[in-house]
Design a protein around this ligand. Sequence first.
Ligand code: GDP
Ligand code: MN
Length: 422
Amino acid sequence: PLKPEAFGAGRGSTTSGNGKTGDGMTGAGTKGAEIQKGEALLKSGGSSDSGKSSAGSSPKGTTSGSGIAISHQDLSEAPMALTPSDAGWDNLMGTAPGPRMNATFVTLARNSDIWDIARSIRQVEDRFNKRYNYDWVFLNDKPFDATFKKVTTSLVSGKTHYGEIPHEHWSFPDFIDQDKAKKVREDMAQRKIIYGDSVSYRHMCRFESGFFFRQPLMMNYEWYWRVEPSIELFCDIHYDPFRYMAENKKKYSFVLSLYEYVETIPTLWDSVKKFMKNNPEHIAEGNSLAFLSDDGGDTYNHCHMWSNFEVGNLNWLRSKAYIDFFESLDRDGGFFYERWGDAPVHSIAAGLLLKKEEIHFFNDIAYYHVPFTHCPTGEKTRLDLKCHCNPKDNFDWKGYSCTSRYFDLNGMEKPEGYENQQ
Ligand code: GDP
Ligand code: MN
């Protein structure tokens, strides 16, 4: 069910997102028969006889190449829709068949991020969620304003929820020496380390490392997909990544990996080694230590998976192993005395606390967060999924990416097109 062909099969589905069935032509609804006929034409791929038209069975062999064979003649027979809902446009691709996981998108944002997150949401909806209608949780250290709620609710096809982060999760813990932390920020500002002088960025990194998954709104879910402002998705997502994770016993996933700026984490690995020594019971057998260290754990090679994209299991983050890990690191103070990012923290946890098979690389989720792109290198994948990224921009196999290392460690064959990209 995870092949691109499944996408085509979804189009012939008889259930549409608005809860009506595909043979709306026979129903005596409130809409005019002409409009119903128009909707039926759109849903059935241009054939008026039913949802089982051949256009629904495969994207191949149709005249338009898009799998939706609407000829000019058909369009002239369809009445002009008077409202967006009459047009049935939101449901053109149909609701994806199959079960839904207990999952949500999650975004941490400020009110001022509204237009940047709007762009991200629109892409996630167009490329995926429009057919799946998963919920979306928004978290903020301040109350969300009316515009933020209105715009995001209009864009998300699932339910939206808005949470305010409690002060304890977005402030200095009492064991932090504030003067020492301030001196660090001044020093980092001088050395021009990115976000080095920022207090809020540090609260953000600590929150994403240790608290987002235990906000009351998040307690309702088992799976999350993190989305940040101004990201891009370049390809259709033709299956449910949450379901893929669940069915394949994955706990954490990524699309981009790279080396962390050492200036932001000089003593992170010392802290990690202390945790490993004190908590050997939490270290998984068959873990990915080799992704993180080139000398059996003595030093950190700075490889991490980029956490601005994550699909993961919330119960793992809420487990004793992860919470012990976070609390041990937090006590050492590096979120404030250095500038530890949530990306290396999550990655190191995934690398040590999970079995290596529990970490997944989503090659078919094409993604951009400034300044890096993951674009599948295989041409067939890109065409099947209607990708609009330039494969030359793909970062995976370039020198500063750690993704090759992940493939080698897992004995995985690199995707088609890899050779042309080094
Ligand atoms: P970068 O990706 O590391 O450059 O950092 P971003 O500026 O994208 O911040 C990471 C995430 O945290 C994004 O989802 C931001 O919207 C969010 N974020 C950053 N700072 C704050 C803040 O002070 N308050 C809130 N509510 N969200 C923040
Ligand atoms: Mn970002």
